[in-house]
Every structure is written in structure tokens, then in C-alpha cells.
Design a protein around this ligand. Structure first.
Ligand code: T5A
Length: 207
């Protein structure tokens, strides 16, 4: 039987990596086979692409170059990690996937939404998450969280309006795919957020 594909999405500092790790640990402790992966950077080649994408540069980084690199990372990730594991019956938890590209490069950068969707489809070879958790928090809260412990990467350095468009974009995507995408209030404690996620996974017989 094919594994279940679970993705976590959200704006900067929303707490999705924390939740993805908690879910992976929860599944491991109960003997449910699952791998934890991420985008960008879920493969060896992808790690190099991630470095290019996130390192601040004084060169112009045109939005289509950014889009193509995220999609290249995804295509390599789908081929080497996501598809083979799902086919072996192993559940896959990914920290970011197609919705990030639609929200960041589509809604926040302003690239053509239909074009981004087409590229998403090609790069993911039609593989769609079975369930997605959009961890939602106010922009200021997310940026405050990440500022407290590290230097901002190239995308995090964008102006506040970019992050506002980003959050709105994510919420729009979720409103259009209510069956797949669950919006979770990320302002609660990590344990409370996780308990809401577990409830949904149990209700849907995923765990
Ligand atoms: N990107 C990615 C695109 O533009 N297009 C794409 O197609 C894709 C796939 C990835 C960047 O690439 C962009 C998006 C990103 O800008 P990244 O380093 O992977 O870069 O960045 P993020 O995915 O944003 O990961 P972060 O680690 O920055 O944020 P998370 O995962 O949302 O947050 P997390 O869990 O690491 O937590 C952040 C801090 O908050 C605390 C944590 O302890 C941590 O200190 N925290 C909480 N505090 C209070 N309450 C809670 N509930 C908390 N949960 C976590």
C-alpha cells in the first residue's frame, strides 16, 4: 500500500519545522514508518540548490530564476525521495512543498499563478500531498521568532509587504482546497498546536 504524504506549510517562523519534527518523532515512537524531509534541500543536489537560493547576494536574482530553482529542487526531491518512499509504503512528511511555491513565487512575488501551478504539476509529477497543515500566525510574530535566534536569509530579508502577501496567499490557497489543507492556529504553544494536528490525523484515520 502507498504511504501517506503529509506536508507542513506556513510563513517564516510559523513553527512548521517544529511540528513536522514532532509528528515524525510521534510516528517513530509508535512504530509507524515515516521519513522527514524538506524543501528546498531534501537531497544532496537539493542542498546545493538550497544554498544558492537562500544565500544573500549582491547580484540581481530574477524571480523566474528563483522559481525554476525551487522547481528543479522539487523534481529531484520527488524522484529520489518522495516517490520511492511512498511506493515502498513509507509515509513521507515534508517541511514545505508545492503550496510554498504558489504562495512565495506566485502570490508574494507576483508571478503568473497558472504558470506556477503548471510548473508545480510538472516538477511534482502529479504527486500531491494527501494532507497539508498550514500553520498560520501573524507576520510580525513569525518574523520576531526567527529574528530572536538567527540572521535572516535572502527570502526572509524581503520587505514586510512581501510577507503580508505571502500569508494572504497561503490562506487563499487553503480556502480553495479545504479538503486537503487544514489551517492551524500557530500562536498556541507547540504542544497545543501538535494536539490539534493529531486530532485531525486520527479523525482521518491516518495515524
Ligand atoms: N521557499 C520554499 C520558497 O520561496 N518557495 C518554495 O517553493 C519553497 C519550497 C526555506 C525558504 O524558501 C522559501 C521559504 C523559505 O523562505 P527555511 O530555512 O526552510 O527556508 O525556512 P522556513 O521553512 O521558513 O523555516 P523556519 O525554520 O524559518 O520556520 P518554521 O519552520 O516555520 O519555524 P520553526 O519551527 O523552525 O520555529 C521557529 C522558531 O519559533 C519557535 C521555535 O522554537 C523556533 O525558535 N516556535 C514557537 N514559538 C512559540 N510558539 C510556537 N508554537 C512555536 N513553534 C516554534
Amino acid at each position: 500500500m502507498r504511504g501517506v504524504f503529509i506536508t507542513f506549510e506556513g510563513i517564516e517562523g510559523a513553527g512548521k519545522s517544529t511540528q513536522a519534527k514532532m509528528l515524525h518523532r510521534y510516528m517513530e515512537e509508535r512504530g509507524i514508518s515515516a521519513i522527514l524531509t524538506r524543501e528546498p534541500g531534501g537531497t544532496k543536489t537539493g542542498s546545493k540548490i538550497r544554498q544558492i537560493l537562500l544565500t544573500p547576494t549582491d547580484e540581481v536574482f530574477p524571480p523566474y530564476a528563483e522559481l525554476f530553482l525551487y522547481e528543479a529542487d522539487r523534481n529531484i526531491h520527488v524522484h529520489n525521495v518522495i516517490k520511492p518512499n511512498l511506493e515502498k509504503g513509507i509515509n513521507v512528511i515534508s517541511d514545505r512543498f508545492i503550496d510554498s511555491t504558489l504562495a512565495y513565487q506566485g502570490y508574494a512575488r507576483g508571478l503568473d499563478i497558472q504558470f506556477v501551478k503548471q510548473l508545480n504539476l510538472k516538477a511534482s509529477e502529479g504527486i500531491k500531498p494527501d494532507i497539508t497543515f498550514l500553520i498560520d500566525i501573524p507576520v510580525e510574530e513569525g518574523l520576531k521568532r526567527i529574528q530572536s535566534y538567527r540572521n535572516k536569509d535572502r527570502i526572509e530579508q524581503e520587505e514586510i509587504d512581501f510577507h503580508i502577501r505571502l500569508r494572504e496567499g497561503f490562506l487563499k490557497i487553503a480556502s480553495e482546497e479545504k479538503d486537503r489543507i487544514h489551517v492551524i492556529d500557530g500562536t498556541k504553544s507547540p504542544e497545543e498546536v501538535f494536539s490539534g494536528i493529531l486530532d485531525i490525523l486520527k479523525k482521518r484515520n491516518i495515524i
